[in-house]
Ligand binder design. Structure first.
Ligand code: PLP
Length: 387
């Protein structure tokens, strides 16, 4: 049976070239990057090389990159680190209802600790209004955290305009760019952000490693204590193989950005067009214009998303409903709910996310089996038969 992996927003397959770069650091080059001897120096120079590779991908300076255990830790540190450090200046944070749980749950916890949080709504396309953002800022606002692209519907927010507004109001700006770094050009200086989170396993790197960018001069408290690693911004012996993998995947991503914008986007478009044209009662969720190139989120009328996911899995095709992190729950995703509209349609949504490792034949295989699966499922749905 053919295997087709179309859940690249949940995670991506490791690039063999990344694995090659990591391998020596599990075995012969196993040193602790903080040690003074030759083993340590070798590890340290590999970590610093990776820091340059990540910095180059996002237009930062190497000393503005702090390695973490992934996107979740990057988000937690960016929010909590800045807020606790600047607490004397205010207690308000602005975010959006469609953020990833790494941001939302950090905010909920911060609320319990006395911070005030404004959760901005989105329109039917998933976009946040700049006007609403401006109105939400008050004299106690310390930080705005808005994700660059949404992990479930792929909608890209106007981060440049939002960050400019924040700067004008002397408020710090963080963006969770876990779903855009290495997918579209991301340049921290052009965006004008103070902090940005990224994660290696979303772009063919290893799991359990990520980073945040912190603009030179921005002060924060660390999340973890216990050592002066990462210039005292993140304690703990650094994950050398993981960081080397992150660096190499960043380097490969830089070379592959054009391919994402052309070949990978064409695969997504072919899949989307094929579904919309050949399966009735289907509709794309979220904006189709402000969107990352490799994702489409489609509702299938009168279908239970989870059931369709399982049927596709039986045929070797991996997709997701809502975000991977919330799969397993039967509630529609918080992102689709935030768009408003029909709850049943939200529950019928499937996220297809492609990567540079997918091929045209794979897309054709999915387009070949999907109409029949949907038709069969609808045949046993009385509501659909009733029209
Ligand atoms: C937008 C976004 N932020 C944060 C994360 C968390 O990243 P990690 O899996 O590296 O902890 C994810 C992962 O799904 C994500 O999509």
């Amino acid at each position: 049976m053919q295997q087709v992996y179309l859940d690249n927003n949940a995670t991506t397959p490791l690039d063999p070239l990344v694995f090659e770069a990591m391998k020596p650091h599990f075995m012969e080059d196993f040193g602790n990057a903080s040690s003074i001897h030759t083993y340590g120096q070798k590890a340290n120079s590999a970590v610093e090389n990776a820091r340059r590779q990540v910095a180059d991908l996002i237009g930062a300076r190497p000393n503005e990159i702090v390695f973490t255990s992934g996107g979740t830790e990057a988000d937690n540190t960016a929010l909590r680190g800045v807020l606790t450090h600047h607490r004397a200046r205010g207690n308000h944070i602005i975010t959006a209802v469609t953020e990833h749980s790494a941001v939302l749950q950090t905010c909920e916890q911060l609320e319990k600790e006395g911070f005030r949080v404004t959760y901005l709504p989105v329109d039917r396309e998933g976009m946040i209004s700049l006007d609403r953002l401006e109105k939400a800022i008050d004299e106690e606002t310390l930080l705005i955290s808005i994700m660059h692209a949404n992990s479930e519907i792929g909608v890209i927010q106007p981060i440049q305009e939002m960050a400019a507004l924040a700067r004008e109001k002397k408020v710090l700006f963080h963006t969770d760019a876990v779903q855009t770094v290495a997918k579209i050009p991301v340049n921290v200086k052009d965006l004008g952000v103070d902090l940005l989170s990224l994660s290696a396993h979303k772009f063919h790197g290893p799991k359990g490693v990520g980073a945040f960018y912190i603009r030179s001069g921005v002060k924060m408290d660390p999340l973890l204590f216990g050592g002066s690693h990462e210039r005292s911004r993140r304690a703990g012996t650094v994950n050398v193989p993981g960081i080397v993998g992150l660096g190499r995947s960043a380097e490969l991503a830089r070379e592959g950005l054009k391919e994402l914008d052309t070949r990978v986007k064409a695969l997504r478009d072919r899949l989307e067009k094929g579904i919309l044209e050949h399966i009735s009662g289907t509709a794309v969720n979220g904006s189709r214009t402000h969107r990352i190139p490799h994702l489409t989120n489609i509702s299938f009328r009168a279908i239970e998303g989870e059931a369709l996911l399982i049927s596709l899995d039986f045929q070797g095709v991996a997709v997701s409903t809502g975000s991977a992190c919330s799969s397993g729950t039967v509630e529609p995703s918080h992102v689709l709910t935030a768009l408003g509209g029909n709850r049943k349609l939200h529950k019928s949504a499937i996220r297809f996310s492609v990567s540079r490792m997918n091929s045209g034949e794979e897309i054709d295989y999915v387009l070949g089996i999907l109409p029949e699966i949907v038709e069969r499922m609808r045949e046993v749905t009385p509501l659909y038969r009733a029209g």
